[in-house]
Design a protein around this ligand. Structure first.
Ligand code: 8OZ
Length: 362
């Protein structure tokens, strides 16, 4: 099958891409300790993958409070900004584009990961099911502390400052992480949001924080360099929503009016069913670029773009095991298999030692 659409250039508003194979954000928990600082090992990993049309970094905490997993990087300290700068320099030297994913985990954290052992914060005091990944191993989630209405500006401020820091670190833009059960998704979906203030209840109220954060970040970067990631049907991290179509149609219309770079839609993650949900309704409501994600192959991505269902497609798992994924797609080459045991934490093994085609044939 020809991959002419997948390998044609495009513009995500202000961000120009040489082709449409995007590296999805991937948590790998390998920043330097203490301080959650990007290091040379991470430079090697990202520069190996710089043949992507666009790299979206792993989720990166906007503040100490926004952290929820051991060893994930931040973008709130001088050392972290300097560490990220070494990554953006290396990726740019190879001619690729890279945006930073801005992350606040909300309740998907643990007091042992928070400053002064404080409880994680969330829209409502409802504990998620499951366990947090801490430096001491997996521990049960706690019941989070519900944010007071007067604290909401400080949440927006955390994203704003992180967006400013990302600019200093030399990125091409930022992606607001409003997917997969983290803070913004916790506000969006009713199972985790039982607030009675202007941030809970109606769809308009539940969408408010995501819209305010995106607006604030767009003021820092210019809207054409800001993307937003959503997972309308996702149930990962104990998410539930009875009216996802109405909620995400509304959110998408509001985001569309901001003239953003792209909308990044997790169509499929962790086996949750998307039956009955129309991603086409989001696509038709969004004026900017639509980035599809979740279980795509080169052929299904080509087809989605050819049929106008998406503008670009992001690949997660395949990019972990295949640093030269675009080249493998072009050649129709076999893909390396992913090692599930080296996804999170550790060093170079399962991180920077997956072979490229060139290495395998030399
Ligand atoms: C898997 C493990 C840890 C974090 C996400 C940031 O789902 C994540 C994540 C996924 O967006």
């Amino acid at each position: 099958m020809s991959l002419e659409h997948l390998f044609s250039p495009t513009n995500l508003a202000e961000i120009a891409l040489k082709h449409r194979v995007v590296m999805a954000p991937l948590t790998r928990s390998r920043s330097a300790q203490p301080g959650d600082v990007p290091q040379q090992l991470n430079v090697d990993y990202y520069s190996q993958r710089a043949s992507a049309g666009l790299i979206i970094t792993e989720a990166t905490q906007v503040s100490p409070q926004g952290k929820g997993y051991a060893f994930t990087p931040g973008i709130h300290s001088e050392q972290q900004i300097a560490g990220w700068k070494t990554i953006t320099d290396a990726v740019h030297a190879k001619g690729a584009k890279i945006v930073l994913q801005l992350w606040h985990v909300g309740r998907i954290s643990h007091s042992s990961l928070q400053l002064d052992g404080e409880l994680p914060v969330a829209p409502s005091a409802i504990a998620p099911e499951g366990q947090a990944f801490t430096e001491q191993g997996f521990v049960d989630f706690e019941t989070p502390r519900a944010l007071a209405t007067i604290e909401m500006p400080s949440i927006i401020e955390q994203f704003t400052q992180a967006a400013i820091n990302a600019k200093q670190a030399g990125f091409d833009g930022v992606e607001v992480h409003a997917a997969n059960g983290y803070l913004l998704d916790q506000f969006l979906k009713e199972g985790s949001n039982q607030r009675t203030d202007s941030y809970g209840g109606s769809i308009e109220n539940r969408a408010r924080l995501t819209l305010e954060v995106t607006q604030a970040v767009a003021e820092v970067w210019g809207s054409g360099r800001v993307g937003v990631r959503i997972s309308p049907t996702g149930t990962f991290n104990s998410m539930s929503e009875s009216e996802p179509q109405a909620l995400f149609n509304y959110l998408t219309e509001q985001l569309s009016a901001m003239n953003l770079s792209y909308l990044h839609v997790v169509e499929n993650f962790g086996g949750a069913s998307s039956e009955g949900f129309s991603f086409a309704q989001l696509r038709s409501r969004f004026a900017g670029a639509y980035m599809a994600n979740g279980g795509y192959t080169a052929d299904s991505a080509e087809q989605a773009i050819a049929e106008g269902k998406a503008d670009v497609v992001s690949f997660g798992a395949p990019f972990i095991a295949n640093p030269d994924l675009p080249e493998r797609f072009k050649q129709g080459a076999t893909l390396n298999e992913l090692d599930q045991n080296t996804l999170y934490g550790g060093g170079a093994e399962g991180y920077t030692d997956y072979p490229s085609l060139a290495a395998a044939t030399s």
